[in-house]
Design a protein around this ligand. Sequence first.
Ligand code: GDD
Ligand code: MG
Length: 318
Amino acid sequence: MEAIILVGGFGTRLRPLTYTIPKPLLPLANIPMVERMVRNLPTIFDTAILAVNYGLEEMKNYFENRNVGKKIIIVPEEEPLGTGGAMRNCINHVTGTVAVFNGDVVNSINLEEMLEQHINKKAKGTLALWEIDDPSRFGVVELKNNKILQFQEKPEKGTELSNLINAGTYLLEREILEMIPPNQKISIERDIYPKIAGNGLYGFPFKGHFIDSGTPKSYLEANFKCLGNDGTASHPGASIRGSCLIHKSVRLIDCIIGPNAVIGPDVKLEKCVIRNSVILSGVEGYGCVVEDSIIGPEISLKEDKKQILISPEGEITF
Ligand code: GDD
Ligand code: MG
């Protein structure tokens, strides 16, 4: 069975990080988002199809000669085709029921249970659904007896049909892909789902966690979620608090790390305090306190050097 992973977005809300690293290759707890998603696919999936536009060369380089446990097919788009156009563009590699994933989501969906419901209901499409207080920046559905009766993409605040949002994970029959006009920019959420709601479209609500890691705040949150409760690291050069992940190549001297800290490869820190933060590869730092920030990659936190700090509010300091 194939899984299509949509990894073509520009990652605008994570700039400037995504100027140099495409969003799908940004690490979550030191593993690129897209690789983490491929590795987490149940064994029923033997192939991951990556629908790529922005960041094509980086993606090809990353997956060349790397064994991630599944066959990887990279399907490029010359121009961004939107979420629907991108999945239509992959149709030649799809042999039957296909799973489609937004590439920036971390969640606790049990895909095998979702597939069981999809088969039981003889659904044309099944969408994983998550309940949320403010659904306005997501796709929203009206659900009755697991049937999706209506779909609204990013409705205006106050007009949402419910608090159940599209969690960006779908099981689709091939006929839905065939319904999408080829080689055109099509949004599955705006152009297709509203039309087929009420006609073979089902919802699969799930509990646990759901994070769309597309903003600085949610990127940090997704990192800490991936640490789980067993992310406890140890290092002779640091006092460690709470859940942390420290890459084996990191050099620390007299540091206090955590709670909630991810330190990437080749980082060198001396007399630093790091909490609720992600330090990307190659960062060097001396005598600084870093809190609620994403730092790096390859930058120096010493005095008079350029810094990139992204606070959870999205505020960027150079
Ligand atoms: N290949 C390709 N081409 N991928 C694309 C394109 C494109 O033109 N446009 C977007 N994508 C990918 C993004 O990289 C991302 O993985 C996914 O499609 C969804 O795009 P986002 O830009 O992250 O959309 P969103 O977060 O605003 O909304 C979507 O996700 C929500 C859940 O997180 C929608 O599906 C909502 O309905 C949903 O609630
Ligand atoms: Mg998103």
